[in-house]
Design a protein around this ligand. Structure first.
Ligand SMILES: Cc1cc2nc3c(=O)[nH]c(=O)nc-3n(C[C@H](O)[C@H](O)[C@H](O)COP(=O)(O)OP(=O)(O)OC[C@H]3O[C@@H](n4cnc5c(N)ncnc54)[C@H](O)[C@@H]3O)c2cc1C
Length: 490
């Protein structure tokens, strides 16, 4: 759906569009005749409302609340964490890319709340810690894998400690505008429809739902496959690893904490069809490539492969519910076929079973929201810093093809989070950055978390000062971020 059609479903100045009749296909033209009187909705009032409690949203809500804002976090699922607990192999990366640059030190460039979450997870055995990736490909990366279930618990505990009002199982379903500002978000839950008012809003829904409902400009680039990552239980990791080594088919390798023991394998495997072709049986390689199955996996526990990705190219953007419904079935069939292949061809996986799948498709892109600034690849790999940096980041998913200059960092400016044309809305997460290769850096979990800290902090200041996001003094934001242990290099 393009922006113009989508906008017909928007809600302006107190008029809202109700849910479509069940069983009918959405026709935005018909639907726009149906009006909802928002005056009758139960209303709640906050300083900051964060839409989407995923990778970026959890950190945004923590930052907003810790900086004094009365904060609500609205999350459609029954838990928080988003793609970090469903799709991503591991958290990449708290560190710079240093290996290709002799003399450059490895240094931790993302700290603050993202590192605090890792520290909390360490206390309960919920992470591998930061492990260097080596191996045949020598992927220049530090891998920080997490126990996805403990992440959900720890994140909810931290939100509760910070005083965030968490509304899980609650869907952001619309926006009420007053001029160029959002007045409130309409939500849908089993308690019916409600209105959440606030001074400042953050869209961290990944899909950009809130921005789109509020009439922001967006693109639907559909330039990535979607995925459903599954976990396999009952796997003998050492046996599988030994087999890959014996066939010279091991791409990545990292060591860290597994089930409380240091120095264990926590990441291993190979890109399907790349390192393994000609080394593992052709019929296995051909099939996994056809199925879109990735063979790089991480693990926090013995006998458990946390993420086996099953990728699939949809013909349209994953905002299309009806195509997504078809894709959910295709991918689940492909997961089962992949399991059968693993059992047959990979020693150590003979008795594996599917221990976990994602409750719905994981996306790498939904809507890309137009913000005041769109960071280009040249600035990412050119290690450019700005007068309004809100974080520094040093990882690129396509390294070593794309490296940050001299193993350094680039800065993401505050402008990159301000949703164009809306006075009180910031975006954080995979929904910013249109350039494919620039996005291959900014979309990574650790960058999304750092964006969350910046967006939450900025929103808290804006709401306290009763100002729009464009009136925020950078020095105020910078000082507060530094107090929150955010690391800068300019
Ligand atoms: C298969 C896959 C593998 C990946 N591998 C890695 C990796 O190894 N390392 C890495 O660093 N990055 C990886 N990434 C990228 C990274 O995981 C994501 O880009 C990042 O987690 C996105 O964070 P986010 O906060 O933007 O979105 P999410 O974490 O997805 O959060 C969005 C949240 O919003 C909620 N939501 C959405 N719409 C609504 C609504 N209308 N109302 C209420 N709630 C809503 C969702 O339920 C979700 O909780 C991977 C991504 C995928 C898909």
């Amino acid at each position: 759906m393009d922006r113009r059609n989508f906008s017909k479903q928007m809600i302006y100045a107190g008029m809202a569009v109700p849910a479509l009749k069940s069983g009918s296909l959405p026709d935005p033209h018909e639907a726009s005749d149906l009006k909802e009187d928002i005056k009758n909705l139960p209303a709640r009032e906050f300083d900051v409302v964060v839409a989407g409690g995923g990778t970026a949203g959890v950190v945004a809500a923590l930052a907003a609340a810790r900086n004094g804002a009365k904060t609500a976090l609205i999350e459609g699922k029954g838990y928080v964490g988003g793609t970090v607990v469903e799709g991503g192999t591991a958290l990449h990366s708290f560190f710079n890319l240093w290996k290709a640059f002799p003399g450059v030190e490895k240094r931790q460039v993302v700290r603050g709340i993202p590192q605090e979450i890792i520290d909390r997870l360490l206390l309960v055995g919920g992470t591998t810690g930061h492990g260097d990736v080596t191996g045949k490909i020598d992927y220049d990366c530090v891998c920080t894998a997490i126990d996805t279930e403990l992440y959900k618990l720890v994140a909810l505990e931290m939100l509760s400690e910070a005083g965030v009002s968490v509304f899980t199982n609650t869907l952001v379903a619309g926006a009420v505008k007053k001029g160029s500002a959002i007045e409130g978000i309409i939500t849908q839950s089993r308690m019916g429809r409600e209105l959440f008012k606030a001074k400042c809003f953050i869209d961290s829904t990944a899909y950009g739902d809130l921005s789109a409902y509020a009439g922001a400009e967006f693109k639907e680039l559909n330039d990535h496959p979607v995925c459903n990552s599954m976990a396999l239980g009952n796997v003998n990791i050492e046996k599988m690893y030994a087999y890959l080594v014996s066939k010279n088919a091991l791409g990545d390798l990292a060591y860290g904490i597994r089930d409380g023991k240091e120095g264990q394998i926590i990441r291993f495997g190979s890109e399907s069809g790349y390192v393994i072709r000609g080394k593992l049986p052709d019929e296995f390689v051909d099939e996994v490539v056809k199925l879109g199955a990735g063979l790089i996996t991480t693990t926090v526990h013995d006998n458990y492969l946390m993420f086996i990705k099953i990728n699939y190219r949809m013909p349209v953007s994953p905002t299309n519910r009806d195509e997504v419904a078809k894709t959910e079935l295709i991918i689940r069939k492909n997961q089962y076929k992949t399991l059968e292949l693993f059992r047959k061809y990979l020693p150590g996986c003979e008795n594996a079973f599917i221990a976990r799948t994602s409750p719905s498709l994981n996306i790498r892109r939904g809507r890309t929201i137009t913000c005041d600034f769109d960071i280009p690849l040249s600035e990412v790999i050119g290690a450019v810093h700005h007068d309004d940096d809100i974080l520094v980041y040093g990882f690129h998913d396509s390294a070593p093809r794309y490296q940050i200059k001299n193993g350094g960092t680039y800065g993401l400016p505050y402008r990159a989070l301000r949703v164009k044309g809306i006075d009180n809305l910031l975006a954080a997460g995979m929904l910013i950055t249109s350039d494919f290769q620039a996005h291959m850096s900014t979309r990574n979990t650790v960058c999304c978390m750092a964006q969350g800290q910046a967006a939450g902090t900025a929103s808290a200041i804006c709401s306290a000062k009763k100002i729009g996001t464009r009136d925020l003094k950078y020095s105020d934001l910078r000082n507060t971020l530094e107090k929150g242990n955010v690391y800068f290099e300019n």
